[in-house]
Write a protein that binds this ligand. Sequence first.
Ligand SMILES: C[S@@+](CC[C@H](N)C(=O)[O-])C[C@H]1O[C@@H](n2cnc3c(N)ncnc32)[C@H](O)[C@@H]1O
Length: 241
Amino acid sequence: MLKKYLNKKIQRLFISKNFMKILYFFHFVVEGRNTKEINISFDNKKKRTQIVQNIIDIKNYKSYLEIGTFKDDLYGFIKCEKKIGVDPVSGGNVRKTSDNFFIENNQSFDFIFIDGLHHYAQVKKDIINSLKFLNKGGMIMMHDCMPRNYYYQAVPRSQLNWNGDTWKAFLEVRTKDNLDTYCCYADEGLGVILNRTNRNLLKLNLDNFKKLKFNDYANNYKEYLNLIEYEDLIKIIEKYE
Ligand SMILES: C[S@@+](CC[C@H](N)C(=O)[O-])C[C@H]1O[C@@H](n2cnc3c(N)ncnc32)[C@H](O)[C@@H]1O
């Protein structure tokens, strides 16, 4: 009881305006002031709700897992025969962290949406665990792969609109030759992982992707992410088995 209460208090502190202002200043001094702004806009792009539902309908997927559900904006919208939403705080139908969920889980899924804690190490774990429970012909989608400036992706979080360093975990998957990866230019960047040979391997020889610099990404993001438009994603998905 006390542990839960303290956890909530700490989480609230981390997203309080004044605390984030201090962190923003910290990031500015350390690295932020020398970084680029990328000309990215999602204004005329489709939303994740529409995109995820369209893919589920096209592929006739029967089972959906969402990691990190928050206010159920996506989870509540999705229509699918079996739905599981995992979040330690709110939304969904399983009140656990993704790690604890995967330890006890014995079900597999056609579509897995990763949108929990946006820290490189946690996202990487969520990807590895999701791959263990992905059905043949299924797909993983990851939210928040396209930060537009340094602060959107800086850890610890220093602003409300925040992608975290999810992009680093996605780039690491882009270097695996047994997984085919794309990023759809929509809704903060939707990373897509298909369980088949990589058709456009990213050749980045790094032992620690956490150390990647934002400016490297900013200079190369289209190639790094294998960026595609929604219409191209649908063509790829239609042919995927
Ligand atoms: C950005 S929100 C999710 C938004 C939601 N997917 C949507 O599309 O509207 C991130 C959520 O991840 C949850 N979260 C944080 N750490 C988590 C963890 N370790 N496992 C699962 N969820 C986590 C938070 O409680 C928060 O509700």
